[in-house]
Write a protein that binds this ligand. Structure first.
Ligand SMILES: Nc1ncnc2c1ncn2[C@@H]1O[C@H](COP(=O)(O)OP(=O)(O)OP(=O)(O)O)[C@@H](O)[C@H]1O
Ligand SMILES: [Mg+2]
Length: 234
C-alpha cells in the first residue's frame, strides 16, 4: 500500500467544482510533483489532504488510515506537514517562536529537531531572535519549511515554494527539498517552475480543470509533446 492514496476525490467551493474525481498516490520515499495552470486545483488538493477543506466524495488514506474527515491537527500528528502557498508565518513573532509553533503537538525530541533544522538552514539560527516579518523572502521560505519540519512529518507537501525567490535561491531550495527526500522524507510538490520540479521529482501528475490528465515518471513526462508544449516552453 502506498503512503498516501487519494481515491476519486471531488472538492467543491459552493457550486464550483475545483477538484474533479482525482486519484493519486505517493509511495514512501517518493518525490511526486503536481503540475497545472493557475486555477487547475493544485492548492485545493493539498488543502484537502491537510483537512482544511473536505472532499464531497472519495477518500484520502494515509499509512492505511482514512483521513478524509479527520481534523487538521490530527492529520499533522499522523505525519503530514503542509508548507502553504502564502507561507502563513507569524510576522510579529521571532524566528525561533515560529519554529516552535510547528512543534506544538510534540512532547519529546523538539530540541533535537530544532538543532537539525538550524544545521539545514544556518541563517535561521543566526536570526532566531529576529522577527519573522523582518526576514527576506528567501529566508521566510526557509522558515516556513523549517516550521513544517518541526512536526517531524513523514510526508511534506510544498505549495509553490519557489514563488518570489531569485533564480539562484530556487536552485538551492530545490536541492534542499531533494536532500530531505533522500534522507527519507516523502514529498508532494506543487510547483509552477516545471523544469525545477522535474529536475528533482520521481513522478508527476498533470492537472487541468481539477482533473488528472496525465501521470507518469518524470522521464516520460519530459518526452511528452503536450507537456513540452504547455509546460516546458516547446
Ligand atoms: N475559497 C475559494 N472560494 C471559491 N473558489 C475557490 C476558492 N479557492 C479556490 N477556488 C477556485 O477553485 C479552483 C482551483 O483553485 P486552486 O487554488 O486549487 O488552484 P491552483 O491550481 O492552486 O492555482 P494557482 O496555480 O493559481 O495557485 C479555481 O477555479 C479557483 O478559482
Ligand atoms: Mg495554488
Amino acid at each position: 500500500m502506498a503512503l498516501l492514496e487519494i481515491k476519486s476525490i471531488s472538492v467543491f467551493y459552493n457550486k464550483i467544482k475545483a477538484v474533479d474525481n482525482l486519484t493519486l498516490f505517493v509511495e514512501k520515499g517518493e518525490l511526486v510533483t503536481l503540475i497545472g495552470a493557475n486555477g487547475a486545483g493544485k492548492t485545493t488538493v493539498l488543502r484537502a489532504i491537510s483537512g482544511l477543506i473536505r472532499p464531497r466524495n472519495g477518500s484520502i488514506i494515509f499509512k492505511g488510515i482514512d483521513i478524509t474527515r479527520m481534523r487538521p491537527d490530527k492529520i499533522v500528528q499522523l505525519g503530514i506537514a503542509h508548507c502553504p502557498e502564502e507561507r502563513k508565518l507569524f510576522p510579529r513573532m521571532k524566528v525561533k517562536e515560529n519554529l516552535m509553533m510547528g512543534a506544538f503537538l510534540r512532547k519529546e525530541g523538539v530540541g533535537k529537531t530544532l538543532e537539525w533544522i538550524y544545521s539545514l538552514f544556518p541563517v535561521l539560527k543566526e536570526r532566531e531572535n529576529q522577527l519573522a516579518g523582518s526576514l527576506s523572502g528567501g529566508e521566510q521560505q526557509m522558515l516556513a519549511i523549517g516550521r513544517a519540519l518541526m512536526s517531524q512529518p513523514e510526508l511534506l507537501m510544498f505549495d509553490e515554494p519557489s514563488l518570489g525567490l531569485a533564480p539562484n535561491l530556487v536552485k538551492k531550495l530545490a536541492s534542499t527539498i531533494k536532500n530531505l527526500n533522500q534522507q527519507g522524507l516523502s514529498v508532494l510538490l506543487v510547483e509552477q517552475n516545471v523544469e525545477i520540479a522535474f529536475s528533482i521529482s520521481n513522478r508527476g501528475y498533470i492537472l487541468e480543470n481539477g482533473k488528472v490528465v496525465l501521470s507518469d515518471s518524470v522521464e516520460e513526462l519530459k518526452e511528452n509533446d503536450m507537456v513540452r508544449k504547455a509546460y516546458l516552453g516547446g
